[in-house]
Structures are given as structure tokens and as C-alpha cells.
Design a protein around this ligand. Structure first.
Ligand code: SF4
Ligand code: SF4
Length: 289
């Protein structure tokens, strides 16, 4: 399993993931897992309609009021503020805040809490065929207004890994949250996408720190190379003991391919940017074989 991640949104992480997916799928059977569940966009970049929807359900507690002795233990144990007590100590649930952790269910002394369920999002399994290249795209997507990303990430990852393939390419969400950590978990190699800006550098350091803590091998990919100075990025990457393995030049063609909904390695196959992405795919493939 290979992951593509980036400390901040907007570095072109998904563009790199999608183009790499196409190039790797030319070499073997591939599953691309879009685990950016709050804002999945690999299907948009690939111009495909999501298919084979399955719900992501989490436990939602219900209170059997006839069995409740108003001890307050359920509200005390709930760390998301989803279980509250009315002034006369009657418990009630705010579903949107509930993470489905079941702590209230286990702590209730009278079994007054029963398990219901709530759909917080969906996973999809979509066959992709672009430029005679076939692979499977698995997507996790939270429902609007939902905040509990980990169950959707884990379910989408599980679904992706259940599809038989030679290579699993994971596109994580931006940042260094628990969800990003669970997306990265088990990766043979992490591609950390950054850009030559101060914010890019700041967030790159955070993702390198996380990867280091998790004991993961990291290759840094400098996207939009040429846009600004890269010497400080180089220093930071070196300090962590990693390497910038690819520099994808800043180019109008990347924006054009985005607007057209045709990935760069297909819309501009002979461009320098496509060449760099193909070269990166070759190196990744070597690591996998
Ligand atoms: S399941 Fe967990 S988060 Fe939901 S109400 Fe119970 S304790 Fe709170
Ligand atoms: S823990 Fe059970 S008995 Fe106590 S207030 Fe909550 S629902 Fe009622």
C-alpha cells in the first residue's frame, strides 16, 4: 500500500494521486482509495460517476425511559457532549454529536440504553476506465454536516483492501488528524506532496513529523516547482532524513487538465509534468516489486 498525503489542502495532492494511479494501473492491477471523506474529489478529477453505494453506519444510543433510574452515568462518560441531562436528570441524545463509541451503553447500570444506528456517510466502489486503463476507485464520503471522519475512513479503507489488486494507492485527507494517521497506517511508502510556499513548508514539517512517529518511509514530492524558493524545504526534508524525489513544474497545463476533467498524463502525455509523474510511477513501481 502506498499513500499520497499532504500537510495542507490545495497542494495538488489529489492531482498527483490520480495521475499516479493511471500510470501505476498501466503496470498492474490497482485500487485507488479516496479517503479524503470530507471532500473526496478523485472521481471529479477522473470524471466518473460514483457507483455501488453502501452506507457507513455508526451506533446511535436510544434511552428506554421506563428502565432509566436517572443516575447520570451516561452523560458523565460521554466525551463528545452528545448525551445530556435535562434539569430533572433525564438523559437525551444529540445525534449529530454522537461518535457511536458505545461508552454510555456499557456504563448504564440498568440496560436502559439500547443500540440504534445512524448513517453518517457512504462508501462507493467505481470501475474506472480512462485511456484504456482500468482500475477500481473506492471512495469514502461523509454526509453533509457530519463530523465523525474515522468510521468513514476505516470503512472505505476496508472496502478498498477487500478488492483484489497488486497495488493499493491511498489518497488521504489534508492535515495530520487521527483520520490521516489511520489512512497512512500500513503504508509501505508515503508520498508527501508539498509546494514551495511558506505554508507548504510549515505543513510539510507536520506531516513529516507524523510519518516519522509512525515509522513510515517518506518520499517528498514538490508540486508547482519553480513557484518559489525550495532551499528551506530541502533543509527540513533532510533534517527528517527523507528526500525530495520528484519536482513537478508549475504549469498552466495542470489547470487546463483540471478544467477539462482529463488527467494530465492523458491530456498532455508528452509534457514535462507528465514525464515527471511517469518517472515517479516507475520509481514507486520498483519499490513495490
Ligand atoms: S455512544 Fe458515545 S458519543 Fe454517543 S452518546 Fe454514547 S457515550 Fe456519547
Ligand atoms: S446511565 Fe442508564 S440509568 Fe443512568 S441516566 Fe443514563 S440511561 Fe438512565
Amino acid at each position: 500500500m502506498i499513500s499520497v498525503t499532504g500537510g495542507k489542502g490545495g497542494t495538488g495532492k489529489s492531482t498527483v494521486a490520480v495521475n499516479l494511479a493511471i500510470e501505476l494501473a498501466r503496470r498492474g492491477k490497482l485500487v485507488l482509495a479516496d479517503l479524503d471523506v470530507e471532500d473526496p474529489n478523485d472521481h471529479i478529477l477522473l470524471n466518473v460517476e460514483l457507483q455501488n453505494e453502501e452506507p457507513v453506519n455508526i451506533m446511535l444510543p436510544f434511552v428506554k425511559y421506563e428502565a432509566c433510574i436517572k443516575c447520570g452515568a451516561c452523560a458523565e462518560v460521554c466525551d463528545t457532549g452528545a448525551m445530556l441531562l435535562s434539569p430533572d436528570k433525564v438523559p437525551y441524545v444529540i445525534p449529530r454529536l454522537c461518535s457511536g463509541c458505545r461508552a454510555c451503553y456499557f456504563v448504564c447500570p440498568t440496560k436502559a440504553i439500547v443500540e440504534g444506528k445512524r448513517t453518517i456517510g457512504y462508501t462507493y466502489e467505481t470501475p474506472v476506465n480512462v485511456d484504456d486503463v482500468n482500475f477500481t476507485l473506492v471512495t469514502g464520503m461523509l454526509r453533509e454536516g457530519e463530523e465523525h471522519t474515522p468510521p468513514a475512513v476505516l470503512q472505505a479503507k476496508r472496502r478498498a483492501l477487500s478488492v483484489e489488486a497488486d497495488v493499493y494507492l491511498v489518497d488521504t485527507s489534508a492535515g495530520t488528524s487521527n483520520s490521516v494517521a489511520s489512512s497512512l497506517d500500513g503504508s509501505k511508502l508515503v508520498l508527501a506532496v508539498t509546494e514551495p510556499t511558506p505554508l507548504g513548508l510549515h505543513d510539510l514539517a507536520l506531516i513529516l513529523e507524523l510519518a516519522k512517529e509512525m515509522g513510515l518511509e517518506v518520499w517528498v514530492v514538490m508540486n508547482r516547482s519553480g513557484l518559489g524558493p525550495e532551499d528551506r524545504h530541502e533543509r527540513v526534508v533532510k533534517e527528517y532524513g527523507y528526500e525530495i524525489v520528484a519536482r513537478i513544474p508549475y504549469s498552466r497545463r495542470v489547470v487546463d487538465s483540471y478544467v477539462k476533467g482529463v488527467p494530465l498524463v492523458i491530456s498532455y502525455p508528452d509534457s514535462e509534468e507528465a514525464f515527471k509523474l511517469k518517472e515517479l510511477a516507475d520509481r514507486v513501481w520498483e519499490v513495490l516489486s
